[in-house]
Design a protein around this ligand. Structure first.
Ligand SMILES: Nc1nc2c(ncn2[C@@H]2O[C@H](COP(=O)(O)OP(=O)(O)OP(=O)(O)O)[C@@H](O)[C@H]2O)c(=O)[nH]1
Ligand SMILES: [Zn+2]
Length: 199
């Protein structure tokens, strides 16, 4: 998938060579001992941090769908999330809370954190990450409703720019039954009561 998006004007330099050049451009000596393997390490780290481009979210969910008669809310909360903001390539990180009301099918629980990984391991804005998770669940299992809340802190606002250390950003996507105030409130109160949400 990634290769299809690559422009045809790429230089022939490898990622490692580009990182070595970058080190030089910021005034470092890529030949000094501590930096010798840094281009290789960074290229490897970047590949991991963007591995979501090579993964298909629907395949992740389709691997574990079960027919179960259960029509109450299912919540998986406090899913740790690490992503990279697409504007600065700096991390944003926090917790994802996912809830849905099944309509005949439930998803294997571990697949929800896996779904978060698929979208978080791409260059993102928090709003799109939130929506993509919710829309994929809606598309794959057609539940009565789905809600996703993300609470995150952005290093681009903390270690540079406005340099605000204590602000966090909360985004939500509420689809189907979760648009009804009562359902939405039930989800919000269950998330609010989480003892671990002081990330
Ligand atoms: N809505 C949204 N904005 C984000 C996210 N991550 C980073 N941003 C913002 O993207 C904006 C980019 O604004 P610009 O003015 O183009 O960039 P900038 O000069 O680096 O902005 P400052 O961060 O204010 O210094 C900033 O306001 C960031 O805070 C995100 O997930 N969602
Ligand atoms: Zn940013």
């Amino acid at each position: 998938m990634k290769t299809e998006k690559e422009p045809t004007t790429l230089t022939s330099a490898s990622n490692e060579e580009l990182v070595a050049e970058l080190l030089q451009r910021i005034g470092e000596d890529p030949k000094r001992e501590g930096l010798l393997r840094t281009p290789e390490r960074y290229a490897k780290a970047l590949k991991f941090l963007t591995k979501g481009y090579d993964e298909d979210p629907e395949t992740v969910l389709n691997g574990a769908l079960f027919t179960v008669t259960y029509d109450e809310m299912v919540i998986v909360k406090d899913i740790e999330m690490f992503s990279l903001c697409e504007h600065h390539l700096l991390p944003f990180f926090g917790k994802v809370h996912i809830a849905y009301i099944p309509n005949g099918k439930v998803i294997g629980l571990s697949k929800l954190p896996r779904l978060v990984e698929v979208f978080a391991r791409r260059l993102q804005v928090q709003e799109r990450l939130t929506t993509e998770i919710a829309q994929t669940i809606e598309r794959v299992i057609e539940p009565l409703g789905v809600g996703v809340i993300i609470e995150a802190r952005h290093l681009c606002m903390m270690m540079r720019g406005v340099e605000k250390q204590h602000s966090s950003t909360v985004t939500s996507a509420m689809l189907g039954a979760f648009r009804a105030p009562q359902t939405r409130e039930e989800f919000l109160s269950l998330v609010r009561n989480s003892k671990t949400n002081g990330f």
